[in-house]
Every structure is written in structure tokens, then in C-alpha cells.
Unconditional design. Structure first.
Length: 451
């Protein structure tokens, strides 16, 4: 029997609304969509912060919102709610991605993880040293963690501009490197950007973390229970002095990563449900189903759910929400730097210079050099089909440090002049890394084609 292709019998009938929304769907599904929207939000924040509406912009961010949760009330500014609350969803997604990569992805074995781990380590240490060179023994020396992180969404989005000119191995290398980089950034935030500890609150947080591990072991899979445990953890960490987003990372690691049924059981259940549908009668039109048909279809939906790991299902459900809502809101709230006075003077500030050169120079030197050493010492192999010039180009793109760098800058400094200098450095260094990286990789491909 001929199997119907996805482009014929399995295609859903197109309604007028489908034709209207088709261009929107095409944009949202494109690999550049998230990076493009983040760039638009960043430019909007800069324009608003330098417009006649800038005072209203800053007043809105400082508007305090009080949420009473019965036994515990939280009063924070809108800016803090975005950075401590909304960004926890982003860090939860990061945690899910890290766990998936550790289990089945590009860092799931020692051999796979060695090269990106060493490359990421070099790409964190050297930028921090570059920053320290410009800012040691100054009031801004605490910001050494700002140029350490790579923005995976922006970096991969920029790399997508080159399409098939770049081999798959280079894209996989950058992805794995950025994942390890995220692990390092989270560790830096937890250890070095933590205020005075409240041990009681911290104990409550870890107690609920242990409770999450327990319900995982008991086989509980419903997201609502994990959400409840996670909310209490988040509140406890918020009070403990450790940044609340760390709770989101830890919570991601206790989300179940196994399915309830295997492939053979899935097919057996589908066959039984199919037979049941044949018995009660297949739906003949697009009207509502009969009670028996609906019962069979609900059993099919439950079976499909059992065949998916909650980790993968939640990650898929959150990805669009984080990409198209959480990160743009974060950019709107954090990228709005007011360019008062001489921009050149701001760029020459040691803090800005440390961030710019840390991202543009430190990242590419650290990643390229550490990768070369790892291969030279035979600790790891260069990805198949990838040249050293492409590794260098990918290392330059590693200097795109937007989201996590802005986040660390907000933790490192409370003085607005320092925060503004850091933002100028982050955006300048990230933009230069993107432009130089694309130009370098494009010229690399052209040179290789000419040889």
C-alpha cells in the first residue's frame, strides 16, 4: 500500500485565516526570527531611552509591584520582576537544554564534550583576563564576568546568515560550545555574584529541590506539581541571597527525561485505538465527534503523550514563548542605555574597553587557542570537515555576548553610570564580533572555493 506523503493526503485543508497567517508563520519558523526580534527590541530600547519619553521609560521600569502570596509577600520594581522572575523562565529553558545535551546531545559523552568544554573554558578565562587588565584595582573590577558569555540565539542566528557555506560540524561545535559556556556562566553567577546568604531560606529551597527529586523518582510526570515545587524553590532562593534564576536551572534538572512507553508499546496502542475507531466508526465530517470517537481520540492523545519525555515536551512548548516574548521584553528593559554626552568618551571608559576587547579579542583568542591546544595535545579531534579558519571564524562569533552579558552587568553593578558603560561595551563588542565573524567566515569560504 502506498504511504500518503505529508504534502498530499496528510496536508490540512487551508482556511482563509491560514492563508493570511502564512507569512507570519514562515517568519516565526525561520532560524533568524528570534535573533531579528531581539535586535528590534534592542534598537527600540535604545531609541526610547534617548527620546523625549525616556523619563517615562525609566519610571515604568522602577514602578514597584507588590505580590502577596499569603505567607510571603514580594515587593519589587518591574525591572526586577523581569530580571528575577520572567528571566527565570529563560534560565529554566537553558537548564532543560543543558540536561538534554548532557543526556543525548553534543556533550553526552566525555569524547563529545572534551573539545567544546576546553574551547568554552578558554573562551571564558581569556575575556575575563582582558577585562581585568583594563579594570584591576578600580571600582569596576567586579564586572569581569560580563564578557565571558556567548549568546547562543544571536550567535547561531548570525551563523545562519551564511547558510550552507558553513559545514554542519562548525554549527554543532558552536552550539556545544555555547551550551558549556552557559553552564560556566550560571556557575559564575551562583558563586561570584551572590549577596549575603540567608541559610534558612537556602535550606528551604534545597529541601524543595530534594522533594522534586523524590517525585521524579516516584514517577510523577504532571507539570503542575513540578511547577508548584519550582515556585516555592524560586521564592526561597529569592530570599536566600543566591539569584533566583539558579532555582530555575536546578528545577530543570529534575524534570523527567524518560518516556512512559517504548516504540513497540506505542505502535501496539495505536493499532488497538485504530481498531476501536474502526469499530465505533470513523468521523465522516468536520463536526463534533461522538462520545465513543472522542474517547478513542483522547486515548490516542494520552498514548502520544506517554511516548514523549516531559523534558522534551516542556522544552518545545517553552521555546517560542521564551524566544518571542521573554527575551524581547528583557532586551526592552535592559538594553535602553541613554547616550548622554560624548559617545567616544563612553567607549574609551576602561569598563567599556574591557568588555569590548574581552568579547571581540578575548573570545576569539581564548576559543581558538584552547581548541588548538586540545587538538595538538590529542585530547580531542577537530570536527569532521571543519577547517582551522572556520574554527577561528566561529570563535569570533563567540564574542556575541548579548543576553547573558547584560544579565551579569545588572548583577555586577548598581551604579547606573557603570551599568551604562557596560551596556555600551556589550552592544559594541557584540556587534563588532557579529560583523567581523560573518566577514571572516564569508572570506574563508570564498578563499577555499578559489583554491
Amino acid at each position: 500500500m502506498e504511504v500518503p506523503s505529508s504534502g498530499s493526503q496528510l496536508r490540512l485543508p487551508r482556511r482563509p485565516i491560514d492563508r493570511m497567517l502564512s507569512p507570519v508563520r514562515g517568519f516565526l519558523e525561520h532560524r533568524l526570527a528570534g535573533a531579528a526580534l531581539l535586535m528590534v527590541a534592542t534598537l527600540a530600547a535604545i531609541l526610547i531611552a534617548n527620546s523625549p519619553w525616556r523619563h517615562g521609560y525609566h519610571e515604568l521600569l522602577e514602578l514597584h509591584i507588590d505580590i502577596d502570596l499569603g505567607l510571603h509577600a514580594v515587593n519589587q520594581s518591574l525591572h526586577h520582576w523581569i530580571n528575577d522572575g520572567l528571566m527565570s523562565i529563560f534560565f529554566f529553558l537553558v537548564g532543560l537544554e543543558i540536561k538534554r545535551e548532557l543526556l543525548v546531545g553534543e556533550i553526552s559523552s566525555v569524547r563529545k564534550a572534551t573539545l567544546p568544554a576546553i574551547a568554552a573554558l578558554g573562551g571564558m578565562v581569556v575575556p575575563a583576563l582582558v577585562y581585568h587588565w583594563f579594570n584591576h584595582d578600580t571600582a569596576s573590577q567586579h564586572g569581569w564576568g560580563i564578557p565571558m558569555a556567548t549568546d547562543i540565539a544571536f550567535a547561531l542566528g548570525v551563523l545562519a546568515l551564511l547558510g550552507d557555506r558553513i559545514p554542519l560540524g562548525a554549527k554543532v561545535f558552536l552550539t556545544a560550545l555555547a551550551i558549556v559556556d552557559d553552564i560556566g556562566a550560571v556557575a559564575v553567577i551562583a558563586v561570584f555574584y551572590t549577596t549575603d546568604l540567608n541559610l534558612t531560606a537556602l535550606g528551604v529551597g534545597f529541601a524543595f529541590l530534594a522533594g522534586g527529586v523524590l517525585i521524579n523518582r516516584l514517577g510523577v510526570r504532571h507539570p503542575v506539581l513540578y511547577l508548584t515545587v519550582g515556585m516555592v524553590m524560586w521564592l526561597a532562593f529569592l530570599r536566600s541571597g543566591i539569584h533566583a534564576t539558579i532555582a530555575a536551572i536546578l528545577m530543570a534538572f529534575i524534570i523527567p527525561a524518560t518516556t512512559r512507553i517504548d516504540g513497540a508499546d506505542l505502535m501496539r496502542r495505536i493499532e488497538l485505538i485504530s481498531q476501536r475507531l474502526q469499530t465505533v466508526g470513523l468521523p465522516q465530517d468536520t463536526h463534533m465527534n461522538t462520545a465513543e470517537q472522542q474517547q478513542a481520540l483522547l486515548a490516542l492523545a494520552e498514548t502520544v503523550e506517554y511516548a514523549q519525555a516531559p523534558l522534551q515536551r516542556i522544552e518545545h512548548d517553552l521555546h517560542g514563548f521564551v524566544t518571542f516574548l521573554v527575551l524581547p521584553i528583557f532586551a526592552l528593559a535592559n538594553a535602553g542605555v541613554t547616550l548622554d554626552g560624548d559617545l567616544l568618551e563612553q567607549l574609551e571608559h576602561p569598563l567599556s574597553l574591557g568588555v569590548i576587547l574581552g568579547l571581540l579579542v578575548g573570545k576569539q583568542v581564548g576559543i581558538t587557542l584552547s581548541t588548538w591546544l586540545a587538538v595538538r595535545l590529542r585530547l580531542a579531534d577537530l570536527p569532521s570537515g571543519v577547517t582551522w579558519r572556520q574554527i577561528h571564524g566561529v570563535a569570533i562569533l563567540g564574542g556575541i555576548g548579548f543576553t547573558m552579558s547584560l544579565f551579569v552587568a545588572g548583577l555586577a553593578f548598581s551604579d547606573q553610570h557603570q551599568v551604562s558603560a557596560a551596556k555600551v561595551g556589550i552592544m559594541t563588542g557584540s556587534l563588532l564580533s557579529a560583523v567581523v565573524g560573518v566577514a571572516f567566515l564569508f572570506s574563508t569560504r570564498s578563499r577555499e572555493a578559489a583554491q
